[in-house]
Design a protein around this ligand. Sequence first.
Ligand SMILES: [Zn+2]
Length: 283
Amino acid sequence: MSNNAAALLSAVRRDAVVRHEGGVGVVMSERLLAEPGLRHGFTTRLGGVSEAPFDSLNLGTNRPEPYENILENYRRLCVNYGLRLERLAIVRHEHGVNILKLGPEDAGRGVTREPFDFCDGLVTDSPLVTLVTAHADCSAFFVYDGRTRSIGLAHAGWKGMFGRIGQKLVERLSLEYGADPKDMVCAIGPCICENCFEVDLPLAESFAREFDCPDIYSVREGRPGKAYVALRAAAVIQLMDAGVPFDSISVMDHCTFEEPELFFSYRRDGKGTGAMAGFMTLD
Ligand SMILES: [Zn+2]
């Protein structure tokens, strides 16, 4: 039987909470928050020092603004959420599906030290390195395995979604650490939603085929040749295809495009906009 996006999205756990520690806004999954010895979150644009159009918590390290602002924003995130700046390691994303395994020696890469080669996903079992991703409409996969104490975090725009980077993240945790998908807990970060993400119809049809899900897109009167794709459905389906139980998946139910007060959005604001960060660490 084919997948049904509407049924999946109406039944999936939606458990986002927004914290404002020290004025720094971070979205979290209640399910992941309940896991001991784990810190995670997806930042909002609130609580930083960057000026327009990067106002104010820009955590994109490749934006044309003073790097001292970006570092100060990271510092504020760290101080308020129990992280250590020198342990952060951030992807250098290329909208691919390359995943790197990190150890303590990678702490600081891309933030206080030289960046990685291109990658969109990170895994580790070390509490001495904090995984970080950058986003401006693209979603994030947060994956935690409590039995092996291993974690994975990935940046997923439509290309990564289509390339199944979430599924690959789960598979990598199994390969590297012996984690069983049945034990894993997963959260899908805020992203541009199925009402806002417009693409050309042939791409939408490709999503329907790839995820065996005819209703993964919808069309609208007055927008010939265009369609709206449910990236979150693609995210849920690929995690299930990887063996993660449906009940262990949750969605941080925010649309980056529709909530300008909370999020930067590339689709809405174009190139001159900041980036949010996903983070995950064992402690
Ligand atoms: Zn939306």
